[in-house]
Design a protein around this ligand. Structure first.
Ligand code: T3D
Length: 259
């Protein structure tokens, strides 16, 4: 069974984590699939949005713990982060296209933080988020210690990380960790609708919006104003900007090409 299913439709590259028996825990092979899919998203102009979800009852239970040799003399748990998780999160963050995550079930450990590394997260009401690391004597990784305090604030991030308590999708929405919690039966339709709508949007502008929002995490106001100027300069050079304004003046729906 392929650990990652990849399909393309209407500009949306859909990635389905596909190891349902282990709640889609990450393996080296799944990471290889994700790395290849990221290359495709980065290089193929036809890909205008990425949609990530999981097969079965879980979204992702983090690193597959059976892949790690607990009898090894020297255990380096940082090595897997350097080799696989960190490059993945960096590429997701830098991708100049939107990434939508449809969290269909429990998201634990690196699985929870992989979801938070996506640009817009929609979760099924039955889904939940667990910073499971502390339960096995580890620390949040896959960007969790960066995303969590920024999204939920220091207190909530600290308590989630230190207790490993389960956070329901409804609370994740209330706390601002995710965009929306929807009824389970609506998840596929809602996330698909959002991904298709983004895929038919002004891709260049969406990529620049992503950079503006993420860079604001480390810019002061002066630097952010300069960045907005530079990004607007770049957006204004796009064909989609001209099309957007023309369509507005002609009172019709714009037809964006992503250029
Ligand atoms: O290694 C590195 O490179 C460093 C990176 C580390 C990143 C990390 O993600 S560390 C954190 C790893 N993840 C966890 O610690 C979570 C472990 N899983 C759980 O705590 C629970 O499974 C859940 C709370 C997520 C869900 O609980 P529940 O009761 O709904 O399901 P379950 O029965 O525990 O799991 C179902 C099956 O999936 C079960 O297999 P079985 O008994 O039916 O054959 C379980 O063993 C398997 N499974 C779940 N999580 C993992 C897993 N197998 C391997 N690795 C897992 N992470």
């Amino acid at each position: 069974m392929e650990p990652l299913l990849v399909s393309m439709d209407a500009g949306v590259l859909t990635l389905t984590l596909n190891r349902p028996d282990t709640l889609n825990a990450f393996t080296t092979a799944m990471h290889a699939g994700l790395a290849a899919a990221m290359t495709r998203a980065e290089t193929e102009a036809a890909v205008r949005c990425v949609l990530i979800t999981g097969a079965g009852r879980g979204f992702c239970a983090g690193q597959d713990l059976s892949e790690r040799d607990m009898n090894a003399v020297d255990i380096d748990m940082g090595a897997g982060l350097d080799a696989r998780y960190n490059p993945l999160v960096r590429r997701m963050h830098a991708l100049r296209k939107p990434i939508v995550c449809a969290v269909n079930g429990v998201a634990a450990g690196a699985g929870a933080n992989f979801a938070l590394a996506c640009d817009i997260v929609i979760a099924a009401r039955s889904a939940s988020f667990i910073q499971a690391f502390v339960k096995i004597g580890l620390v949040p990784d896959c960007g969790g210690s960066y995303f969590l305090p920024r999204l939920a604030g220091t207190q909530r991030a600290m308590a989630l990380a230190m207790t490993g308590d389960r956070l329901s999708a409804a609370d994740a929405e209330r706390w601002g960790l995710i965009w929306k919690c929807v009824d389970d039966a609506q998840l596929k339709e809602e996330s698909g609708k959002l991904a298709r709508s983004l895929a038919s949007g002004p891709t260049r502008s969406l990529g620049l919006i992503k950079k503006a929002i993420y860079d604001s995490a480390h810019n002061d106001l002066a630097a952010q104003l300069d960045l907005e100027r530079d990004l607007q300069h770049e957006a204004g050079k796009g064909k989609d900007f001209r099309e957007g304004v023309k369509a507005f003046l002609e009172k019709r729906k714009p037809s964006f090409t992503g250029q």
